[in-house]
Design a protein around this ligand. Structure first.
Ligand code: ATP
Length: 234
């Protein structure tokens, strides 16, 4: 569904991505793990069209998308939940969700998806009139994921959804990611929490200093000595 081929991305003169090639197949949860600063967020930003690759190509169902503006990439069915969540703190939960559906014309479908996210996250239904900024960190992450789902994406890009959250909330978020995937949304998950990410993923890529250094099934990466020492603290 998504393929990056030999992608280089820069910030000015600083090269953040070096010859990145990876694939996300429809139906999968693919995770990209690596240390702080490895280039994981930059990879997602490059897919979304926010950073343009200087070299290389990005394909969506075989069609090049690396020259498209971000709003056209979203319209293809690719939604990102950025790191740090970036919800609108002064808007209500409901208004934040409505913004996630603003490209859509199908009112009935939007209503169905609102019911869907409220079923996934009942706490958001309870708090629908509350300002986003008054939610806890975990609830804000749930809201950010829900807002992305309101665009009914084919592919959901998640940037460190576990960042700064308590272990019990992380469990909840990861189990919802699995549920969303089981309901038909493909997931590309960027995580520093390699252990949790590999447990729910089908495939994984390991990134170091802007390069992909390993790629395998998530099960094999979990077993790998290198991954266990460097990323799982074993
Ligand atoms: P994190 O977990 O901190 O988000 P990451 O793996 O997502 O880490 P990136 O944020 O993609 O890493 O950063 C990759 C490299 O690009 C780092 O060396 C970082 O310092 C650099 N970088 C990121 N954003 C910018 C920017 N706006 N300007 C210059 N350099 C940047």
């Amino acid at each position: 569904m998504l393929e990056l081929r030999n992608v280089d991305t820069f910030y000015g003169n600083i090269q953040a991505l070096r010859d990145i090639s990876l694939k996300v197949d429809e139906g999968d949860i693919v995770t990209l793990i690596g240390a702080n600063g490895a280039g994981k967020s930059t990879t997602l930003m490059t897919v979304c069209g926010i950073n343009r690759p200087r070299q290389g190509e990005i394909f969506w169902y075989g069609k090049p998308i690396h020259t498209l503006p971000p709003h056209e990439i979203v319209a293809l069915g690719i939604s990102q939940v950025p790191e740090g969540r970036l919800i609108f703190p002064d808007l209500s939960v409901r208004e934040n969700l409505d913004l996630g559906a603003f490209l859509r014309q199908d009112k009935d479908g939007v209503k169905d998806d609102l019911d869907y996210v409220f079923t996934l996250f009942p706490i958001l239904a309870e708090r629908r009139k509350q300002a986003g900024g008054t939610l806890s960190g975990g609830e804000q992450q749930m809201l950010a994921i829900s807002r992305a789902l309101m665009g009914r994406p084919k592919l959901l890009l998640l940037d460190e959804p576990s960042l700064g959250l308590a272990p019990i909330i992380i469990q909840q978020i990861f189990s919802i990611i699995q549920k969303v995937n089981a309901n038909g949304t493909t997931v590309f998950l960027v995580e520093q929490n390699a252990n949790q990410a590999l447990r729910i993923a089908t495939r994984g890529y390991v990134m170091e200093n802007g390069r992909i250094v390993m790629s395998d099934s998530a099960a094999n990466l979990l077993k790998s000595e290198e991954v266990r020492t460097a990323y799982l603290g074993m």
